[in-house]
Ligand binder design. Sequence first.
Ligand code: FAD
Ligand code: NAP
Length: 509
Amino acid sequence: MLNVTPPAFPAPGSQQRAAAGARSKVPLKPGRSLMDWIRLTKSGKDLTGLKGRLIEVTEDELSKHNKKEDCWICIRGFVYNVTPYMEYHPGGEDELMKAAGTDGTDLFDQVHRWVNYESMLKECLVGRMAVKPIAAPKGVLLEKKVQAASAKDLSPSYDWFQTDSLITIVIYTKQKDMNAELVIVDCQDKQLRGEIIMDDHSYLVEVGLDHEVSEDVAVNIAEKVGKVEIILNKKDNIHWKMLGQPWEGHNTFIKRTDRGLFYRKCKLVSKTEVTHDTKLFCLMLPKGTHLRVPTGQHVYLKQIIAGTEVVKPYTPVLPFLPLDFQEPPRHDGVHIYLMIKIYSHGLFTQALDHLQIGDCISVSNPEGNFKKSQVQASEDLLLLAGGTGFTPMVKLLNFALTEVSCLRTVKLIFFNKTEDDILWRNQLEQLALKDERFEVQFILSEPSKEWVGKQGKISSSLLSEFVKRKRRDSKVLICICGPAPFTEQGVQYLKDLGYSQEEIHAFTA
Ligand code: FAD
Ligand code: NAP
């Protein structure tokens, strides 16, 4: 709902398209970009109409503010007067109005849980919701108790022990297929945070350590029994009486969506050109961090721009396309590679491009709903990418060609405007020569006269040419990613061509 993507200077043609097909962006009036909003929030203008006073808001009061000219919304117990923000919301006024006068937390979480509304809307804060006493009927209480008991059975537990030089924290997840991608550890300045991802739940160990430890952290996983060890090196070889002070989220097992996004600072170590406007950023994780971004998932980057926190999602890639798919390439555990297009009027990417080597940027834990098992069950994999929508396809290609033995064909159909826009063209062509299962087709919407390849835009007729079932019962997976209208239209065309929802995966935020 509260999308911070700033429409500073709409690209030619983007306004019509956004109006026609985009679900998440609408053309905004001139002077209504995110930067303009940030300026307004810094102007000292009274945006709540309460002259800086914070009030306690009852449900009744909230419900009265349900019009475009007077619109309050509650998110996680805090009430915001979003009336002045209406024209700046990239998702459009109608999206915002869906939550007018109500608790919009669920709606917000469904669309943009990652958007840092606290920072974006801090000048619109009206106050907190008044707490209402809950009189639950007896039956409900009983049901809750039963739920709590079963959650307890499933929830992981932890223990810790020490030697002269080591502290070992053991987490018993009770989950059989535990792996390194499901364990995220951050240890810095005597603070330890270990998160275990278990489907849509998260278990957290979060303590302020009793004594100092060195920066190196080791993580051991006994995959079959689901045991995770986090091993810390004591700085002084003294005996610890306790592990440390528990933090708020310590030893909790809750839904992932209820856990705030955690960020750590990563250092920019290199920035290399991919095309005229796209660069490969290499970020280095801090020493005390254990983090692997799973195939098909993205991270959020956070920067302070003009005093406001701005967050955008990016999908990590590999440093290059491995041509020798004999062995799964090992994650070096230290670097995250991001292929990012720098928009000449883009708020976030311009700031990103101005980062110097050695500067730091905040990187979140991974998110995304892609499951590798979707590929593992397929014989033919088709990837439809538009522009930087290529990024999730990089790890996906690598995973499919390396680890999925039943896969017969992998076809990438890559849509771009011009030849100069094609990302990693050489590498893709080489891969197609090297691996007979892989085929790539480039389609340009604005080709030069010299272009002898395919041209056009995503359409039903164009897709019907490339997307053909080998057999009536072949197991097919089609993944699609690109500008929102490209993805939405593509999914519709695929359905029109007879592909089922289960055979299509669309990458979105
Ligand atoms: P913006 O300021 O948002 O502007 C971008 C362009 O769009 C500009 O030309 C602007 O004028 C125009 N524009 C913006 N809003 C509107 C509007 N309402 N109407 C008309 N025109 C408008 N990008 C990558 O490069 N690499 C990735 O790996 C990547 N991964 C992503 C993963 C996910 C899950 C998602 C959702 C997006 C991903 N993106 C990726 C896109 C990225 O998150 C940013 O949206 C992108 O970098 C642009 O940010 P910006 O602030 O620089 O540009
Ligand atoms: P671009 O260069 O503007 O366009 C790439 C291709 O998509 C071109 O062939 C273009 O043809 C087509 N296209 C663009 N808009 C279209 C529309 N409205 N309808 C049909 N086709 C359209 O793309 P880009 O600047 O690289 O942007 C890539 C997009 O991918 C961004 O919006 C980014 O947010 C998204 N992305 C999403 C994820 C994810 O969700 N996981 C990951 C990475 C990137 P035309 O000539 O018709 O424009």
